[in-house]
Design a protein around this ligand. Structure first.
Ligand code: HEC
Ligand code: HEC
Length: 472
């Protein structure tokens, strides 16, 4: 190794790039090999990663759960997967569906614990896209008021004998984005219309926020990240002048009746997995719980003659099992993470500023209630903070502190297996992106520089970034 190379090795190690120089006998050629970081393949930490790359890849529990937790996971799984039915029914543990809902089970939207997609044709139901509705006025807790008649979500199905709330249609506007090298990529932007409303007109000031069902992996690990770690990434007034701010959402916790940092959902509007799950039971399936004891029905609808499935319809005990299930699905391990193509893609990803929001690595707390997820070094590729992503991605629907331009950085772990598990490649909050490249090209606002950095790469380097993301 010549002196120059030795110095380079030294410097690279101490800038933490973990590069290894493979010395060539030819002193003129300074080709070097990138090597992975130690344990880089364990995206969900040693205890929260599974090594299955099949279509079941998102469905595994952590083998470090206690025996009791593993059994609860199994029961939670069955309540997640199986269909709820209208009351009264012989399966009383699973009745109470509706009267208004979007899907009969969690897994119809989170199919195989994976990612939903927009409908392929208008009227296709239960694919995992729903429309949130709200008004510009806030309530006492800083949340935005639900739409006066239809509440905070359009429910496009109802039980037999009742009229659904309404339907929506999507039309796409197509346009091209051009790279400096002349390559063109077609993008499509959805436009929503709510139609066939059965319970009166929508308030004129309603905002519509489309949301796609996320993949379910690693929720407990995200919940276990210490709040101080996440707040450390906040830079609300962009004090460091890098154009990227990032702010935490603060939302209402219905159990403790306090304001808490939001972590879940595309606008981080849920403080914890439990409230997210209970909210899904209420809004998406029409199942009441102790957290949300009232049926989610249009204002003025008389539901008194419709039998319910108990008060509440899901017991605290069963709810807790679905919460445990939802919290402990393992994150798939990285694939091909040691190849030069992907290591180079990772290096470019970091250099382009992508990693300023999609934070590669953090450590979970030492006190989280699921012991297996304590002290885990995880690689979620998110900061769970809100970022202004520009007007093109905006839904103009505020959600607590999130304004109409702001979205939570989604974790990128598992993203490369969505095609295997869910048989599609649709990304972003509304599934408008038809692949990773389109998702990147939709970045704007605080991510505008990262996007233009990406656009300025040559085709081979762009592909490296895309291949890296697909290895997550
Ligand atoms: C109608 C489709 C649909 C159904 C049914 C559904 N979900 Fe979801 N789920 C979504 C959508 C959409 C989001 C994103 C919500 C948002 O951004 O507000 C989501 C988000 C989540 C999240 C948070 C994901 C994240 O990355 O922050 C969890 C956990 C979750 N759902 C669990 C469940 C459980 C458990 C059930 C069954 C009780 C369920 N969901 C039923 C559509 C659905
Ligand atoms: C300013 C913060 C920020 C930066 C910088 C950033 N992103 Fe994102 N990224 C986001 C947010 C927020 C979303 C979700 C936007 C939405 O759904 O509307 C997102 C979405 C994505 C998605 C789709 C994820 C999914 O689950 O659907 C991919 C892929 C992605 N980003 C890759 C990148 C790459 C590559 C770069 C660098 C070129 C980058 N991001 C830079 C914040 C950022």
């Amino acid at each position: 190794m010549n002196k120059h190379l030795t110095l380079k090795v030294y410097l690279l190690f101490f800038t933490n790039l973990f590069l290894l120089i493979s010395c060539s006998s030819d002193q003129d050629s300074e080709e070097y090999q990138l090597i992975p970081e130690e344990d880089e393949q364990y995206s969900g930490g040693k205890n929260g990663t599974s090594f299955n790359t099949s279509e079941e890849a998102f469905g595994f529990f952590s083998t470090h759960l206690s025996a009791e937790q593993q059994s609860d996971f199994g029961i939670g799984n069955s309540f997640f997967r199986q269909s709820w039915v209208a009351a009264p029914a012989s399966t009383t543990a699973r009745d109470g569906l509706g009267p208004f809902y979007n899907a009969v089970s969690c897994s119809s939207c989170h199919f195989k614990d994976g990612r939903g997609r927009p409908p392929m044709f208008n009227g296709e139901l239960g694919t995992g896209l729903l429309l949130r509705l709200n008004l510009p006025q806030t309530d006492a807790h800083g949340g935005y008021l639900p739409e006066t008649t239809y509440g905070n979500q359009l429910q496009d199905v109802a039980i037999l004998g009742q009229d659904k709330e309404g339907e929506y249609t999507i039309t796409y506007q197509y346009f091209n984005e051009t790279y400096p090298d002349g390559t063109q990529v077609e993008l499509r932007k959805p436009v929503y219309s709510i139609i066939n409303l059965n319970y009166g007109t929508l308030s004129g000031s309603v905002s519509i926020s489309p949301r796609i069902a996320n993949q379910m992996v690693g929720m407990g690990l995200l919940e276990a990240i210490p709040e101080t770690t996440l707040l450390g990434y906040q830079d609300i007034s962009d004090a460091n002048g890098d154009g990227i701010s990032g702010k935490a959402n603060y939302v209402y916790d219905v159990v403790t009746q306090t304001t808490q940092m939001g972590r879940f959902g595309w606008k981080a509007n849920q403080p914890n997995v439990k409230q997210q799950v209970a909210g899904a039971f209420s809004g998406d399936i029409g199942i009441t719980s102790s957290l949300f004891p009232n049926e989610n029905i249009p204002t003025g609808f008389n539901g008194s003659t419709i039998p319910n499935g108990g008060t509440p319809e899901i017991s605290d005990e069963t709810l807790q099992k679905v919460v445990l299930y939802s919290s402990s699905l393992s994150v798939p391990a990285r694939r091909n993470y040691q190849t030069q193509q992907i290591l180079q893609g990772k290096e470019i990803f970091n250099r382009l500023d992508c990693a300023k929001c999609h934070i590669p690595k953090m450590t979970t707390s030492s006190t989280y209630y699921i012991e297996a997820f304590r002290n885990q070094v995880i690689r979620p590729y998110t900061d769970l903070l809100l970022h202004d992503m520009g007007t093109e991605l905006a839904d103009n629907a505020p959600d607590y502190l999130a304004n109409g331009n702001e979205w939570r950085t989604p974790p990128l772990w598992g993203i490369g297996l969505i095609p295997t598990v869910n048989n599609h490649t649709y990304l972003l909050h509304d599934g408008r992106a038809r692949n990773v490249e389109e998702a990147i090209l939709w970045h704007g606002g605080e991510a505008a520089t990262a996007k233009s950095n990406f656009k300025n790469l040559n085709q081979a380097d762009r592909q490296k970034v895309i291949d890296f993301i697909n290895s997550l």
